[in-house]
Each structure stands twice: as structure tokens, then as C-alpha cells.
Design a protein around this ligand. Sequence first.
Ligand code: TYM
Length: 336
Amino acid sequence: MIDGKKVLLSGMQSTGIITLGNYLGALKNWVDLNDDEGIECFYAVMDLHSITVRQNPAELRKNGRTLYALYMAAGLDPVKNCLFFQSHVPAHPQLAWILNCFTYMGEMNRMTQFKDKAAKHADNVNTGLFTYPVLMAADILLYQADMVPVGKDQLQHLEITRDIANRFNGIYGDVFTIPEAYMGKSGAKIMSLQDPSKKMSKSDENPNGSILLLDDKDTIMRKFKKAVTDSDGLIAYNDDKPGIKNLIDIYCAVTGKTVDGAVKEFDGMGYGKLKEAVGEAVADELAPVQAKFNELINDKAYVDGIMKENAAKASYYANKTLRKVMKKVGFIELPR
Ligand code: TYM
């Protein structure tokens, strides 16, 4: 709790331009909470997590700034929310080290994201990739977060965060708040447009599989036109039709319409019409975000000011928890 408010923390990796999946599964839901006076929200650009896969330094810097500006462009108010870079708050890796000593190899071995990424980057299976969920646990526990809004793919990491926190609390008393996952109304799992059995991802080798947040309207329409569907030509929402289901999910997440409503709306129409309507809805949704982004990305002084203020605010709360943890574990406080 901060000033009687519940605490919420979330974030995204800055490994590239975020996708429509990141937007609908996470960012859009965060923006919906902007005006909730009962919640204190922290959103980080998770740049420390990003280097678990090799990054070009200039690109990492650019992607970090882009993501930070996109948070604001999508509607996160930097006064109401604390928007910061993970690497600006050294308490994150400090707590992660301590929590590493309370996490078992077997637990990390079970993580499906580790298995997937290790297979994808077989030439660079580094220990950072292995202990990635411990750093994520530190991100969450440092702010004593009650709620963590994430897409479905991150639920396993949240579960391990709870296990680590419970284990630590079991030894040292009530140090950490046990966080709960928070799922938005829709969009929890947006699939690739080229292979609807896989989640939409920045790292998809096929660029037509993902809509990127800065794609222009022509690109968006072209990618939807190429979306993989099936051959029976019938618009229905079920697991036997994953391509159509995904298009309807996207349409509903963007427009706020219900699945039943959408299915009725497209009843009897061909797939071409559906793809066009979804493309239009997505382009309309992203146009104002992109316009605001273009303003912000050119206003370095303004963004830098926000970045500094917010890093100080995040550090204040993070250090409070870190000091408590260090004391509990038995480290000596530096005399004042
Ligand atoms: P990341 O950067 O992969 O994704 C950011 C958020 O987007 C969601 N997401 C999706 N939602 C729906 N459909 C999709 N296709 C899709 N792809 C991604 C993710 O669930 C996530 O909510 N480990 C995290 C970043 C992180 C974090 C944290 C999150 C680091 N520390 C602390 C919450 C709390 C990650 O890699 O997310």
C-alpha cells in the first residue's frame, strides 16, 4: 500500500518496437487504469531483461526511448503513473541477487519461456536468461505490488514470484506483499497473423506475423490481408478456426465490442471483408498513438525531465524495500 492505495507494477522489454499483442494484452489495459484514484501505478521499461538476448547498444538505446515515448503516447500520464527505466534503479539487480539465493535451479528449469528462448538462441544460453524470472520477481516485490497486469504468457513468471515471496516471508516474516495477476477484459493472448498457434511476438522471423505499433496504415492493411485463415469461408468463433478467432479477438479488444456482437456483424461476409474491417479498426486505434509518439520523440528535453523525476520516485520506494530486506538478511547498515 502507498498512501492507502493499492500498488500495481508492470513493464515490457525494450527489445524492439512493441507489437499489437503487447498493446492489447498489456499497455491498453494499463491506460484504462489511468483514472483509478485507488491505485498507485509503476510501469518500467525493462531494459535489464532485454540484454538476456544479445543487443546492439545503439539499437537498445533507441528501442528504450521509443518504448518510453510509446507508454506516454498510448495515454499513460507521467504524473499519475511512475514511468521509469529498470536500469535507472539499481535496487532491481540488487534485490535480484538476494532472491537468487532463495530460488532453486529446478524451479528455473521448469520455466517455459526459458526453454523457448534457450532453444531459439542456442548459441547464447547465458545465466541471465536462466535467472530472468528472479529479476522479474525483484521488479514486482520491490514496490510491494498487489497487482501485476500481464498477458497470459507471463503468468508462470508471476507464479514463481509468489513462490519466492512466500518462501522469503516464511523465513523472515512479512517482508513482501504477495502479488496477484491482473488480466484485462480482452486481448490476453493475441496470436501471430501468420501462424495462429503461436503468440504474436516482436521476434517472429516472419514480419507479416506481427503488427508493430509504429506500422503505417498501408502496412497494417497489407499484413491483415495476408493473415492466415482457413478454407471453409465461414465466420465463426471457435478453436477449430484459430485464424478467424484471432481476428475477432483483435477486433473486439480494439473496439470494445463483444464476441457475439462481432460474429453477428460479420455474419455472411467473406474473410476479405473481415480482414479489412479489423485492419481499419487497428489503424484507427493506432493513428492517434503514432501522432502523439511523433511529437514526444522529438521533445527530448521534456522526456528527459520526466525520466529523471520518475526514476527518483521509483528509487525512493524500491530502496525502502531493499533496506528492509538487507536488514532482515543480516547485512550491516552503513553508519550515517
Ligand atoms: P514482454 O516484453 O514480452 O511483453 C510485455 C507485455 O505484453 C504481453 N504480451 C502479450 N499479450 C497478449 N498477446 C501477446 N501476443 C503478447 N505478447 C506479449 C506480456 O504478457 C506482457 O504483459 N518479462 C516481461 C517483462 C517484465 C515484467 C516485469 C512484466 C519484466 N519484469 C515485472 C511484469 C512485471 C516480458 O518479457 O514481457
